[in-house]
Design a protein around this ligand. Structure first.
Ligand SMILES: [Zn+2]
Length: 140
């Protein structure tokens, strides 16, 4: 994940998390999510201006999500989250991230400073979409 995000610097880079999670509880996850695999995808954000370019926006194409979903099914997994980098910015969700995210699944954000991945945080949007809560991350 870090290598993919560092390679994308100074643009935002992104990907999809495949794994196992118990989604039965209406999204109120008591149990942990387990990431088992990653799908690395290109940032296909259409650059419209310097202010909103790929350095601070990302977009994953619906085709890549569909491909990741098929790959997950083949492996007996689900899409349990997405990840993207914040080049030279903190690993906290932006207002744009909140607007486009949805509850239950994980949004992992990695701050990449001068092409080096430094901080990795995971976030889940509240059901009322008011804010993100941070999830504990454990590398096993
Ligand atoms: Zn972001």
């Amino acid at each position: 994940m870090r290598a993919h995000l560092e390679a994308g610097y100074p643009n935002e880079a992104c990907g999809i998390l495949l794994g196992e999670a118990d989604f039965r509880n209406g999204g109120q996850l008591a149990a942990a999510k387990h990431v088992k695999d990653l799908v690395l995808v290109p940032n296909v954000w259409e650059v419209e201006s310097e202010r909103e370019g790929r350095r601070n926006r990302y977009l994953i194409s619906p085709e890549d999500v569909a491909r990741a979903d098929r790959e997950a099914s083949r492996k007996g997994l689900d899409i349990i989250g997405f990840f993207h980098s914040h080049p030279d910015c903190p690993a906290r969700p932006s207002e744009t991230d909140r607007e486009f995210a949805w509850p239950v699944i994980s949004f992992v954000i990695v701050s990449v400073e001068k092409r080096k991945a430094v901080t990795t945080n995971s976030w889940v949007l509240r059901d009322d979409r008011s804010r993100f809560d941070e999830e504990a991350l454990q590398v096993i």
